[in-house]
Design a protein around this ligand. Structure first.
Ligand code: NAI
Ligand SMILES: N[C@@H](CC=O)C(=O)O
Ligand code: NA
Length: 447
């Protein structure tokens, strides 16, 4: 006879929350606003029992009196009344890593938004989680509120992923799109991104491409089943992009976006991985050109799904909290999806080591910008290097003198050709006397 009796209600999921900044306070606010709905979907209540941050007395606009306070966050995993720990502190090492290790070591699950920590220590943490039957979850670490970890790990799980690329840093995108729309100054927009809570504690991580590289290395592991290899991500940020580049790109029909890209290639009888973060010229009719503000977008090509585009808020308190709580809901639902064994799609022991691929034979068009002294022969010096490296120039624009008259800007777009030739041309120009600074090289994204 069927048992129609109602299942006994599950006990609440008891949570310790470390970090009460932009994201941590966002999580508390979300649970206050949507708690009943979240509990209904999770099948049990979510109960924060303990919190920790640097300053207890800071006014965060939320009531912390109902939670136990810990000055030392790393004590919290040992509490008997804690089932899961949420780490929203940041930093690849230090107290966040100690907290993560203690949590998983105690057989308790960890939810984190910390891409730096996952990019550097994700494999060790995943091993620790597997050994102790705990789950490691990091949806918020990649592209904030966009469910791209779930999208790849669950939604696209039946596909071989051929390529993954996109806009992975909200701060850089916010700066580039504001410079494009309003001609705003770089430093002013960086300060605005910091005020709005998008930027990392060290904003050089955002503008030099490091934050996007952290996220790309994590995505590549999930997409290609490879071991995380952050050290091999070729990384170039947006700090050298000038208003003049944005202007020239627009004249040529492009927007400039910081793009993270990963794919695999068979080279020398093995599968190699190419991972790059670079500012790119994106054709105005490509979906990524229209992505502005702190929005992120990730494109994947699956062999059966075809192109998938994930787009949404990549940073900010609400969107990031949404991803953190989605992970908590998975935990509360009882790991039905085998969460404990495979945070990167396959068990960590089965992730393959993929050496970095050599990109020199890849073909594409490139934007090159030179700043040069305004004197005879400089242009000839540049074009001679292009000729000697067999780089064919499609168009060349020279802008008037800078305000102080010290330099002239020369921008060019190459015809399609092997990347190695452009690299060679830049090497040939390394000691060129006519250049005031090293050239800025930005690939043109193919549609
Ligand atoms: N802000 C955003 O839009 C997003 C942030 N993240 C990640 O979420 C994490 C938290 O970021 P935010 O909330 O923006 O940072 P935040 O700087 O606003 O907050 C950090 C919190 O951790 C505490 N904390 C930092 N170092 C500590 C230490 N040594 N000991 C004790 N407490 C310490 C601070 O007191 C603060 O409460 C980071 O890993 C960040 O990369 C991920 C996605 C988006
Ligand atoms: N600093 C990051 C925050 C989210 O990951 C960004 O700007 O994207
Ligand atoms: Na996400």
């Amino acid at each position: 006879m069927a048992d129609n009796s109602r299942k006994a209600a599950l006990p609440p999921l008891r949570i310790a929350l470390a970090g009460l900044g932009t994201v941590g306070t966002g999580v508390i606010r979300l649970l206050e606003a949507n708690g009943a709905m979240v509990a209904a979907r999770a099948g049990r209540d979510m109960r924060i029992v303990a919190v920790s941050a640097r300053e207890r007395s800071r006014d965060r606009g939320i009531d912390l009196s109902r939670y136990d306070w810990h000055d030392d966050m790393t004590e919290m995993p040992a509490r008997e009344d804690v089932d899961a720990v949420v780490e929203l502190v940041g930093g690849s090492d230090g107290p966040a890593l100690t907290l993560a290790r203690r949590t998983l070591g105690a057989g308790k699950s960890l939810v984190t938004a910390n891409k730096a920590m996952v990019a550097h220590h994700g494999l060790d943490l995943a091993e620790l989680a597997a050994q102790n039957g705990a789950a490691l979850k990091f949806e918020a670490a990649v592209a904030g509120g966009i469910p791209v970890v779930k999208g790849l790990r669950e939604g696209a799980a039946a596909n071989a992923i051929e390529q993954i690329y996109g806009i992975l840093n909200g701060t850089s995108n916010f700066i580039l799109s504001a410079m494009e729309d309003t001609g705003a100054d770089f430093d002013e927009m960086l300060a605005s991104a910091q005020e709005r809570g998008f930027a990392e504690a060290d904003p050089t991580f955002d503008i030099e491409g490091v934050d996007a590289a952290h996220k790309l290395a994590i995505l590549a592991a999930i997409a290609f089943g490879c071991r995380i290899d952050f050290a091999s991500v070729e990384t170039q940020g947006i700090s050298r992009v000038r208003a003049a580049d944005i202007r020239q790109a627009a004249t040529l029909g492009f927007a400039i976006r910081l793009i993270g890209m990963a794919d695999t290639e068979e080279q020398e009888g093995m599968t190699k991985l190419l991972q790059r973060v670079r500012p790119c010229l994106v054709p105005k009719d490509h979906p990524l050109a229209a992505v502005d503000g702190p929005t992120n977008a990730v494109v994947t090509e699956g062999n059966f799904s075809g192109r998938l585009l994930f787009q949404g808020a990549g940073a900010g308190d609400g969107p990031t909290a949404s991803a953190v709580v989605a992970d908590l809901i998975d935990l509360a639902r009882g790991e039905a999806g085998g969460e404990t064994s495979a945070p990167f799609s396959v068990p960590v022991a089965d992730l393959k080591a993929m050496p970095p691929a050599d990109p020199s034979g890849r073909k594409g068009r490139t934007y090159l910008r030179f700043t040069v002294y305004d004197r005879p022969g400089v242009l000839a010096e540049i074009t001679a290097a292009m000729r000697d490296a067999e780089v064919s120039i499609e168009s060349l624009i020279q802008e008037g003198r800078s305000d102080d008259g010290s330099e002239v800007l020369v921008a060019m777009v190459t015809h399609e050709g092997p990347e190695g030739c452009v690299t060679k041309a830049i090497e040939l120009l390394a000691d060129a006397e006519g250049l005031t600074a090293p050239p800025l090289v930005m690939p043109i994204l193919q549609a």
